[in-house]
Each structure stands twice: as structure tokens, then as C-alpha cells.
Design a protein around this ligand. Structure first.
Ligand code: IPD
Length: 285
């Protein structure tokens, strides 16, 4: 119920602040950094320490709920319908290692694979995004999302859009060519057959990209290859801000939390979210 979700939200918020202290005090260096599948997929001792702090605190406070975290995930334990905390201890690990101040802790709670509580906290800029299903989402606890006037233009199609895309850590495989061709198509002028969006950004954090869409400062975010812990918390924040998440592949209106392909559109119901989805899908090459 809504009181229970509020209680979970408050507890996750306290964990986000504790995580933020560990993250901002950390001094990541190459000796404590390892790569998982390639040199674009980093993990540090701090990712593990933060996840450990969060999972052990959650196990004491909510022993009946499952825990699903980036650093302890194994394919033998896929996401289920049970109430589950879905956590990325440091989203934007590459930024963290390089001192580029766009990393966050992403704390989500999902029931029936539907995100219902989300906290995304960037401790470097002290920016907090939070949301509870049915209770709205907020910037820094008190400013309702989307932020009024953050982007005064109505959502009016790809040509006027500022969008987020990511190279991600999958740098090969069957989806690589699609990604590269689509990025080129989005950027190219219309005279040359492209869609020419206004511009493209890569913050290096899936959660912060999706929260910027919730805020209204970005119009759209597309990525294939990231995971449920990258998007769970931001997903409820975006939905509560009137935004939508659909599948990153054309014609799949129902996005799955563990589907690993996401297309997020900002809240602007008066001005054609569905049209923008269709325009974007038609650009996937
Ligand atoms: C990564 C970031 C990045 C996205 C990758 C993710 P991590 O998460 O969210 O923006 O492009 O797909 O894996 O590894 O920094 O937690």
C-alpha cells in the first residue's frame, strides 16, 4: 500500500545518502579497478563495497524481499515477480573512475517486475531524483517533476529534440552495427537522408539519462544492452513525471524491465509522445 511504499522510499533515501558518503570520499585508482567483460565495463572496489552496505542493510530491514544488484547478479537468479530491490551501487562507473561528476546510486523497488519506488542520487552534484508509484516524483525532494519551464518547448518531434544515447559496454555483437548506423542516421542532415536531431548527449549513466528525461531537460533516451538495475529506479521517476518507457526495438509498446532495450520519452502528453516513439523507431537502422 502507499504507506508501505513511502516507508521503503524513506529507507532507500537514507541508504542513498550513506552510499553517497562512501562514493564521494573514495579515491578510485587503477589498482582497485577491474574490468568485467572488456575495458569499457569497469568495476571498482567501491562498487562492491557500496552494494554490500546496501544489500546487508536491506536484508536486515526487509528480510522477506529479494535483492538484485549489479555486482552480485548471476544469470541463475533472473528477476522474478516477487517484491525485489533492484540496485546499481554506482551507475556511471567509468565517470566515477575518471572523476567526471555524473555517477549516481540507483535504488529501485519492483513488484511483479513493475518499478514502484525509485531513488537516484548523484552525490557529486547533490542531485536527488525520487518517485513512488501513484505519489509523484521529485527533484531534491520538493520540486515536482517534470520541472516547470525546464524545457519550455513542447515535444514536437525528433528534429527539435535533444536526445540521450549511449555507446554502453557492449562494443560488438549483432547489435553493434544497428547502434552505429542509427547514431549516424540520427545525426545526419535531412538533405542527406538522416533525421538530424538537434543534438545527442551521453552522460555515461543510464539512470541519470532517464532522470533528465523525467526532469524534461532531455526529450528522449534510447539504449540497448543496459540492465534492469540501470533503469528500475529512474523508470518509476519518469512514469510519475508523465513520461513513458517503451521497448527499444520497433513496435514493442510493452517494455520489459529486464528486456535490456529501452526507449524513454519525456512527459508532454499534449504533444505526441507516441508520434515521437514511432519517429524514433523508424530511425533504427
Ligand atoms: C553503465 C552506464 C552507462 C550505460 C551502460 C551501463 P555502470 O552502467 O549506465 O551509461 O551505457 O550500458 O552498463 O556499468 O556504470 O553501472
Amino acid at each position: 500500500d502507499s504507506t508501505k511504499l513511502r516507508e521503503i522510499h524513506d529507507f532507500l533515501l537514507s541508504l542513498a545518502h550513506r552510499a553517497g558518503e562512501i562514493i564521494t570520499k573514495a579515491l578510485p585508482d587503477s589498482s582497485g579497478t577491474g574490468s568485467k567483460k572488456n575495458s569499457a565495463d569497469l568495476v571498482t572496489e567501491y562498487d562492491r563495497a557500496v552494494e554490500n552496505m546496501i544489500s546487508s542493510s536491506l536484508k536486515i530491514k526487509y528480510p522477506d524481499y529479494l535483492f538484485h544488484g549489479e555486482e552480485t547478479y548471476s544469470p541463475e537468479n533472473p528477476l522474478t515477480d516477487a517484491p525485489t530491490f533492484i540496485v546499481d551501487p554506482i551507475d556511471g562507473t567509468i565517470n566515477f573512475v575518471h572523476g567526471f561528476p555524473y555517477s549516481c546510486v540507483s535504488l529501485g523497488f519492483a513488484v511483479n517486475k513493475e518499478p514502484v519506488v525509485g531513488i537516484v542520487y548523484n552525490p557529486f552534484t547533490k542531485t536527488l531524483y525520487s518517485g513512488i508509484q501513484g505519489q509523484g516524483s521529485f527533484l531534491n525532494g520538493d520540486t515536482r517533476l517534470p520541472v516547470k519551464g525546464a524545457n519550455p518547448e513542447p515535444l514536437s518531434g525528433l528534429t527539435n529534440a535533444l536526445i540521450a544515447i549511449e555507446w554502453g559496454s557492449e562494443r560488438g555483437g549483432p547489435n553493434w552495427d544497428t547502434k552505429v548506423r542509427t547514431f549516424a542516421h540520427l545525426g545526419q542532415t535531412r538533405e542527406n537522408g538522416g533525421a538530424m536531431v538537434r543534438s545527442m548527449r551521453s552522460t555515461g549513466s543510464a539512470a541519470l539519462n532517464m532522470c533528465a528525461v523525467a526532469e524534461g531537460t532531455l526529450d528522449l533516451y534510447w539504449e540497448g544492452g543496459c540492465w534492469e538495475w540501470d533503469v528500475c529506479a529512474a523508470w518509476v521517476i519518469l512514469k510519475e513525471a508523465g513520461g513513458i518507457v517503451v521497448d527499444g526495438s520497433p513496435n514493442e509498446w510493452e517494455a520489459r524491465l529486464d528486456g535490456r532495450k529501452y526507449l524513454a520519452i519525456r512527459g508532454a502528453p499534449e504533444a505526441g509522445q507516441k508520434e515521437l516513439v514511432e519517429q524514433f523507431w523508424s530511425c533504427i537502422q
